[in-house]
Design a protein around this ligand. Sequence first.
Ligand SMILES: Cc1ncc(COP(=O)(O)O)c(C=O)c1O
Length: 532
Amino acid sequence: MAFQREDVFHTSSSGGTAGANALVPACNSKQAAGVFLLPGQDTLIFRSFPPANYIEAGHHPVLPDSLERSPIMSKIPYKTFLSESELPKQFYNVRADMKVKPAPMLNPATLKPAVVEDLTPVFCTELAKQELDDTTRYIDIPDEIRDFYKMYRPSPLVRAYFLEKALDTPAKIYYKFEGNNTSGSHKLNSAIAQAYYAKEQGIRHLTTETGAGQWGTALSMACGYFGLDLTVYMVKCSAMQKPYRKAVIETYGARVIPSPSDTTNVGRKMLEEFPGSTGSLGTAISEAVEVATSTENCRYALGSVLNQVLLHQSIIGLEAKQAMEKLDEYPDIVIGCAGGGSNLGGIMAAFMQDRLAGRKHPHFIAVEPASCPSLTRGRFAYDFCDTGKVTPLAKMYTLGSGFMPSPNHAGGLRYHGMSPIISQLYHDGLIDEARAVEQTSVFDAAELFAKVEGTLPAPESSHAIRVAIDEALKCKETGEAKTILFNLTGTGYFDMAAYAAYNDGTMTDQIPTDADLEKGFAFIPKLPGIQE
Ligand SMILES: Cc1ncc(COP(=O)(O)O)c(C=O)c1O
């Protein structure tokens, strides 16, 4: 008998294996609440997928056996750590191996491909070079950056035994855990690199935007470390949802300004037109770029989308591949959530190299929110990276730079565009799939993951968890033991407003209509001779 979402269980000391707590159905009513009880423990609520080991075994489900008793544990540990000396010494630039390169960025004034000099007013010179470098396959990681990485890298590769067991799947699920630093996410990998190159050039101030707050925190940590001054434009709804993010960023010495703000022309214009605006990443970027380009000895840093950011994030996949090689494993499926595309680009790059060389054929899946579906419903076109149209034009999947996503709870995935690298790979079928998922089902996955794997995941990361679970459940149906790798980009400790909304049942799913999307598409520029 398969139990439904609404089945109720009570505990029994007689059911299940010896010594294990057991759960039995309290009643068979499909109308009852979806509650599972353990003796002397908290109530467990599995809204959509009660773990299979709790509900099988003749209605006398049991807690997981000790992993120590599992024969496979002797071969593959729960966590695999590389040593510090195995920390990669070079970033991998996937563009070097792409037969079709991402379309060049365009200078919006001339509509000609951007050259380093076009970018240096915004980015420091080394980063401008990295941005435009489509040919150098490996780029040395400076010792100062590697030293900083040692504070939190190499990050662990985890075999999600508890999740596998809960799902009762033959799939082998691995995740790379990038949340083990104060910023709580992978963003620190690029933040420290960007701050380092700025410091090397003698830049004293940086500006940036932040959505979910992880990037702002990461860059404040990096700037605090190198003694750089930092101003963070934080999307207003995130600033309201996450006041403690602001406190952390300020502790590292940066200044936080909710966006749109009255400190820039772009912000003032936005406030005049939309006084109640809760902001967007696109607007916050415009504000930060405006300040960077109008302030002496100041540059702008971006936490995603750009080629340079994907380059720095390649460290995730390089480490993951090295760790999997030690275990004699290789992923059949690689999954990443996709906001601007940096963590997906990072976890994927080393495996994509194998695919581009024809050595292996892993299946790549990008996961985005249904409320901001740039890959699944966007257009592949040149567009501005920001709302104020002050940035160069990038060819990418986009919903239009004026698209305002609903204020969903995955702030880091509310961006109108997508990395040009990810966009090109997806367009060419090298990223096999993009899936849009709804936030309540994402939080179902987050809740289960938190319960069985312990870590409270960030809402953004939980998009990847959702699809990893879906793939593992497919394996359960087909009996295939596929190896699934996903990127657990961060932790959700500052996302308690989101978890609270989920827990009290007020979370909703907002999916834009075609008419809503058309409004955004109207912002995509017409470029004579390039796109009509
Ligand atoms: C925890 C976390 N994961 C994922 C993302 C998405 O960004 P990207 O697509 O650049 O990896 C963010 C962005 O803020 C984030 O904070």
